[in-house]
Design a protein around this ligand. Structure first.
Ligand code: NAI
Ligand SMILES: O=C(O)C(=O)[C@H](O)COP(=O)(O)O
Length: 347
């Protein structure tokens, strides 16, 4: 079996070498039809667009993406071509929740935005949204949930209409997949009309996909005060992001909300498991993230403890200093550990 692998997928080499006859590592954006032509499988990240242009005429029968999102895979083409694909549901959801937790606490500390009693609106209540909602509750926020596909399937009164979130929320956070067409389309879900209908000058957070928010509309909303602040991890047209928007946001990071070592290890393990299932390989490997350099944290309060585990300002400052290095900042990212890897002692 020959496998082509994105060279920025960590913790994979040792295990994969025992599973495949031939493995080629290449930058995700440089996968070409020539490179993949005689491969049986691909293991990719968000940077490889898997469509007819790349895959037609190739031997590829299986694609694993070591990510939650799969908008970079043309699923209709894969079905037509008989190519099976698999993403890694939930792999880095706790990492995104950690990013949101630290960012909200920073908002409180730096902007005097008292979280307790405020209303958090979660748009998209899957693996990530569910954890972010829990973060909001633990911070004393009232939480409203919006998820029309789940509402249709599950009924009940867990979910609220988007209009209610637009009217009542002080923070609106997006955790939807990028869907370009159809009844539950999320492309430009937040457009000029959306921002025009907001009532509480909310903070907007986006860790889903850049295209869920129309950049110019958000910029205008920040300029006119329809939106008071923004926490933005994902951008339209990455890596060539809008610098005016970066200039105006409270936190701006280079698509690293999911970049915990835990999340990456989960994604790698899930991708290899899927590969083994597809090719009927009985294999055993052990993939664990490395221990943090300082697992014991001494802190005076929750904010100090959370920022010691993960402080988004480091990523924010790196991006502001060198936005042109967007992709390099991601590629060389010093993967952080999630909360479970630390012991906190309050002093
Ligand atoms: N910034 C980062 O590093 C990361 C970004 N992501 C992005 O976050 C997205 C969400 O991740 P998960 O929660 O794990 O996915 P998920 O698939 O578990 O949940 C997505 C939820 O969104 C809902 N949804 C779909 N269309 C909707 C609409 N129009 N309005 C409201 N809700 C809608 C779905 O019903 C589902 O419950 C991923 O698709 C990915 O694009 C995920 C991980 C890391
Ligand atoms: O899992 C997802 O979906 C994400 O957005 C990833 O965290 C992005 O990671 P890369 O695949 O671009 O490294």
């Amino acid at each position: 079996m020959k496998v082509i692998v994105d060279d920025k997928i960590p913790f994979i080499k040792e295990a994969l070498d025992t599973l495949a006859d031939e493995v080629i590592y290449a930058p995700g954006k440089d996968f070409t039809p020539e490179l993949v032509r005689d491969a049986d499988a691909l293991i990719i990240r968000t940077r490889t667009r898997c469509d007819r242009r790349l895959l037609e005429g190739s031997r590829v029968r299986f694609i694993a993406t070591a990510t939650i999102g799969f908008d970079h895979i043309d699923t209709a083409y894969c079905q037509e071509a008989g190519i099976t694909w698999q993403n890694a549901p939930g792999c880095n959801s706790a990492s995104v929740a950690q990013y949101m937790h630290s960012s909200l606490l920073l908002l409180q500390r730096q902007k005097g935005f008292r979280l307790e009693g405020k209303t958090l609106g979660v748009i998209g209540v899957g693996n990530v949204g569910t954890k972010v909602a829990q973060v909001g509750r633990e911070l004393g926020m009232r939480v409203l949930l919006n998820d029309p596909p789940r509402q249709e399937k599950e009924g009940g009164n867990l979910f609220s209409p988007l209009e209610q979130l637009m009217e009542e929320c002080d923070v609106l956070t997006f955790h939807v997949p990028l869907i370009r067409e159809g009844a539950h389309k999320t492309f430009h879900l937040a457009d000029a009309d959306f921002f025009g209908r907001l009532k509480c000058r909310p903070v907007i957070a986006n860790t889903s996909r850049g295209e869920v928010i129309e950049t110019q509309a958000l910029l205008h909303a920040l300029q006119t005060g329809q939106v008071s602040n923004a926490i933005i991890d994902v951008w339209e047209n990455e890596p060539n992001i809008n610098l005016d928007l970066l200039d105006r946001v409270f936190i701006g990071t280079p698509h690293i909300a999911g970049y915990s070592a835990d999340g990456k290890a989960n994604a790698t393990r899930m991708s290899l498991d899927a590969l083994c299932r597809f090719f009927h390989i009985d294999a055993h490997y052990h993939i664990e993230p490395p221990a943090p350099p300082q697992p014991l944290i001494e802190a005076h309060d929750l904010t100090e403890a959370s920022l010691a585990m993960y402080d988004p300002r480091r990523d924010d400052q790196a991006l502001r200093l060198h936005p042109e290095l967007f992709e390099k900042l991601r590629g060389d990212y010093p993967l952080r550990r999630e909360q479970g890897a630390f012991q906190v002692k309050y002093i």
